[in-house]
Design a protein around this ligand. Structure first.
Ligand code: NAD
Length: 487
């Protein structure tokens, strides 16, 4: 039974249904039931949203009045925090987020990062003075670098941690002076629609922020990417879609900022505090494994391989899940039946490749409704197998043996991805040697956390281009204009 009112579009300051009245069902992963319906935008709706964002950028003082803009966004941030319980409830119902993830990535962490962005914008040096020099053929000139907003931003986001990713894009983009069209994943329209409602309440000027929800990603997404009025595409999602977006954006050479997939390796060296270090790899079940930076490959010394599998069998076999009210639970259902089919296909691939299914690999018997999947452990995995190379996006851990530190580094780097990873060792020197040689955008040493509002996040290789969050994530939305003045 539908629980929520229809999710509306936000176009040019107005919350409204799609122009043709179309809606589509929003399916809750806990039980597979419809939790509400969302506006299914047409190309006409998209055209109006892009036009409004363009006009707001080109003809209002949004892009130039830094103080006024940040003050407005502080109201927006305050109202978002006031809506915390609502965002939490929708994340729970729409994403299938258990409470343990609501207290972290699904709600409280992203809300906690807003002030860093707004403080960054408030204190930002919008102009660098490079001083006087004889430059070019002429006389002395004073050189300055002005930092200006890029323009109209298309923010295209996935369904796995929508509030985190929606806010990590729209708040820095808006704070930098850009105007934005947010296109969330079809699976999570409600969380995006709340941002539209709050923007209206916060009195963001019309056109500055627009929300377009739609059931079919390709038509609306492609039209948004190809539109010449859009200056920058800020995308988080799969590497396959990222490549398609880059190709489409190439026609008009729009800037692209891509946060893509990962197949991150956790390396436990032979001298590590073994039981806790190996046990941490059971964290693969966080958000049902639907995390781009999740450590989905565990690399352990060949000499201690059986010991590691025994520890993981015990820890992953005792993971509690399925209680929507338990604050300690971090594993929920998968987002959709389609995603579950995809995960199940990888179980078959793994078995056919010769990996040993130690635990899980099927739909739990006690959950006949919703999109649940058991915590799953594969042993006897080699790094050339598809289950070691491809992103499964489910609660599936593969364990790979290595000979020595250099072999572990080689295996970790033998991937098209380079998003994250980690190492555990009693020797900081050995751990840091590994950290320096693994080619990823983020890395954890002995359980240290790199994730925060002020830390840049992003990937090497096919995990992306650019950085989200931190000052770097703010500067993604700026252009540099170098100006010469008479000295
Ligand atoms: P996806 O690539 O299928 O879709 C992401 C977004 O792109 C959605 O809004 C979708 O509607 C839109 N889209 C799809 N086709 C499009 C097209 N042709 N043109 C324009 N837009 C299009 O990804 P998903 O299944 O929603 O999310 C899971 C993926 O996201 C995983 O691969 C995961 O690793 C990745 N992800 C990466 C990060 C990161 O920061 N690196 C974070 C979260 C998720």
């Amino acid at each position: 039974m539908a629980k929520y009112p229809d999710a509306k579009l936000l176009i040019d300051g107005e919350l409204r249904p799609a122009e043709n009245g179309a809606t589509y069902p929003d399916i809750g992963p806990w039980d597979g039931e419809e939790i509400g319906r969302a506006a299914d935008a047409s190309l006409g709706d998209l055209d109006k949203a892009i036009g409004a964002a363009r006009r707001a950028f080109d003809t209002t003082d949004w892009s130039t009045n830094h103080k006024k803009r940040v003050a407005t966004l502080r109201v927006f941030a305050d109202l978002l925090r006031k809506n915390r319980d609502r965002l939490a409830e929708i994340a729970h119902d729409e994403v299938g987020a258990p409470l343990g993830t609501i207290f972290s990535a699904q709600c409280d962490w992203p809300l906690g990062m807003l002030d860093f962005v707004l403080d960054t914008a408030d204190n930002y040096e919008w102009e660098d003075d490079l001083g006087v020099a004889k430059s070019g053929p002429g006389a002395n000139s004073r050189r300055k670098v002005w930092k200006e907003p890029v323009g109209v931003v298309a923010a295209i986001t996935p369904w796995n941690v929508p509030t985190q990713i929606n806010l990590a894009k729209i708040v820095p983009a808006l704070a930098a002076g850009c105007t934005v069209i947010l296109k969330p994943a079809p699976e999570t329209p409600m969380l995006a629609a709340v941002l539209g409602e709050v923007a209206v309440e916060a009195k963001l000027p019309p056109g500055v922020f627009n929300v377009i929800t739609s059931s079919g990603p390709a038509e609306i997404g492609e039209a948004l990417v190809k539109d010449p009025r859009v200056d920058l595409i800020s995308f988080t999602g799969s590497t396959a879609t990222g490549k398609r977006i880059m190709a489409n954006a190439a026609e008009k050479l729009s800037r692209v900022f891509l946060e893509l997939g990962g197949k991150s390796a956790m390396i436990v060296l032979d001298d590590a505090d073994f039981i806790p270090a190996v046990s941490r790899a059971a964290g693969v079940v966080y958000n049902a494994g639907q995390g781009c930076a999740t450590h989905t490959r565990l690399l352990v010394p060949k000499s201690r391989y059986d010991e590691a599998i025994a520890i993981l069998t015990q820890v992953m076999g005792s993971i509690q899940y399925g209680d929507p009210t338990a604050p300690t639970q971090i594993m929920g259902p998968l987002i959709s039946d389609r995603q579950r089919q995809r995960v199940m296909s990888y179980i078959e691939i793994g078995k056919q490749e010769g990996a040993r299914l130690v635990l899980g690999g099927k739909i739990p018997a006690k959950h006949d409704k919703g999109f649940w999947f058991e915590p799953t452990l594969f042993a006897d995995v080699t790094n050339d197998m598809r289950i070691a190379q491809e992103e499964i996006f489910g609660p599936v851990l593969v364990v790979i043996p290595f000979e020595d530190d250099e072999d572990a580094i080689r295996i970790a780097n033998d991937s098209i991805y380079g998003l994250s990873g980690g190492v555990a060792s009693k020797s900081m020197e050995r751990a840091l040697n590994v950290a320096r040689k693994v080619r990823t955008g983020t890395f954890s040493v002995n359980g240290g956390s790199w994730f925060a509002g002020d830390t840049p996040f992003g990937g090497f290789k096919q995990s992306g281009i650019g950085r989200e969050m931190g000052v770097a994530g703010f500067e993604e939305y700026l252009e540099l204009k170098t100006v010469g003045l008479p000295a």
